[in-house]
Design a binder for this molecule. Structure first.
Ligand code: FAD
Length: 253
């Protein structure tokens, strides 16, 4: 076992308390929580943590959040979207403060993972906040092997809902091995010259790689989004074993 395999080998993951170091507003409905874990043996891009909240009467609620930061960073970044009437996300966005303690365990997940030792090409397809684990992959790629061919197809409701816009823009500028494609499903600025509407087979075929290049796909977002993209890729002739998926929530982006 190598040091980089360590996060994949854990058999029991204990709860621990992390300290909130910073909270960053990403969009009107999304914030990033930057957490200092008490102990951390590293993670692979794509893994997640479970957060546990405990009320005064002992009632507990647990939810999963992908790690958006790369393994190269000591602090963990979780990027959370507010689900109206949700039990956990409104607390994380509206109540949590810098300096608070947050109970969590992780890293979790052995399937939806990638690191530079696995090489490329990689084609990442995000629906809404499904960008989070894919961002960990892109940040890690940038810090380790930016020459790995990668493409990101990112579907968001509107430009204002695109998380990490500035960072992605900077990342893609000057990186000839990274292709960035946005499609906006609900609203768009009048001068928008990117794609509109849901991801379809043409968009996928034009912005992923060829079958001969043998890309690995990572698709993350609401269940319906993930299922439709996976079926399109299989219809386009890609091997289902190269299509990895992570489902976040019950509704479409
Ligand atoms: C492996 C994994 C990783 C995840 N990573 C992230 C992440 O990085 N960022 C993030 O924001 N979320 C992520 N999620 C989703 C997260 O775990 C919660 O489901 C989400 O925050 C809603 O929790 P809640 O307690 O606020 O809402 P709940 O109390 O669980 O739900 C309230 C209502 O909203 C509906 N609902 C639940 N989730 C969603 C949703 N996503 N969209 C629309 N409606 C919903 C429910 O059906 C219910 O009707 C991830 C989920 C999984 C399984």
């Amino acid at each position: 076992m190598t040091a980089t395999d360590a996060p994949l080998q854990q058999h029991s993951i204990d709860w621990q308390t992390g300290r909130v170091q910073a909270i960053v507003t990403e969009t009107s409905r999304v914030k990033s929580i930057i957490l200092q874990p008490a102990r951390w043996s590293g993670h692979w891009p794509g893994q997640h943590v479970d957060i546990r909240l405990t009320a005064d009467d002992g009632y507990q609620a647990e939810r999963s959040y992908s790690i958006a930061s790369p393994p190269e960073e000591q602090l963990l970044t979780l990027t959370v979207e507010r689900v109206e009437d949700g039990e956990v996300s409104p607390y994380l966005l509206d109540e949590l403060r810098v300096g608070d303690a947050l109970e969590f365990r992780g890293p979790i997940g052995r399937y939806f993972i990638w690191n530079q030792t696995r090489g490329g090409p990689i084609c990442l397809v995000a629906g809404g906040t499904g960008i989070t684990p894919l961002m960990a992959m892109l940040r890690h790629r940038k810090m380790s092997r930016p020459n790995i061919p990668a493409s990101l197809i990112y579907s968001a409701r509107s430009l204002a809902d695109v998380v990490y816009w500035d960072e992605l823009d900077t990342m893609a500028r000057g990186d000839l091995n990274l292709r960035l494609v946005y499609t906006l499903t609900r609203e768009h600025p009048s001068d928008w010259n990117g794609h509109l509407g849901r991801v379809n087979e043409v968009l996928l075929a034009e912005n992923s790689f060829t079958r001969e290049q043998n890309p690995t796909f990572f698709i993350c977002g609401p269940a319906g989004f993930v299922e439709s993209i996976s079926s399109m890729l299989v219809k386009l002739g890609f091997d289902p074993f190269t299509v990895k998926t992570e489902r976040f929530g019950p509704t479409g982006a």
